[in-house]
Design a protein around this ligand. Structure first.
Ligand SMILES: [Zn+2]
Length: 131
């Protein structure tokens, strides 16, 4: 037994902000820039005609992640010129999925045959049966 205090690994220390423990999230390369996991990337201009997009509506998405279920306020966009619709991208979440890519990968890795009792996991069972 050593004497005195044990050295503390300060690299893993977490910060508390307004009663919550803050966890730094990994950064992912999207296009040519690094973005934090679960950050929101909004489209700005129409892919077809180049017109600046207007806000169409706001909506809240709930995403299952290995950190916990998170809520994100995202936006639907519309081109005022050609009426095409666009939506925000969430870094680390494919399309309109209810779970993050890292959550899906961990679930596939841990479970056999896609059988599991977690919510929203029936998609995995479908995919494996089709394959
Ligand atoms: Zn347009």
């Amino acid at each position: 037994m050593g004497k005195g205090n044990r050295p503390i690994d300060k690299s893993m220390a977490k910060t508390i902000f307004e009663g919550n423990i803050l966890i730094p999230l990994p950064k992912l390369l999207v296009g040519n820039r690094f973005h934090s996991l679960f950050s929101i990337i909004s489209p700005t201009h129409c892919d077809f005609c180049g017109t600046k997009l207007n806000v169409d509506s706001h909506y809240t998405r709930f995403i299952l992640t290995s950190y916990s279920t998170i809520t994100l306020n995202t936006t639907y966009w519309i081109c005022p010129n050609c009426q095409k619709h666009y939506h925000d991208e969430i870094v680390g979440v494919s399309g309109s999925a209810n779970y993050s890519d890292e959550f899906y990968d961990k679930q596939k890795f841990v479970r056999y045959d896609g059988r599991c009792s977690l919510n929203n996991s029936c998609r995995i069972g479908e995919d494996i049966q089709k394959a």
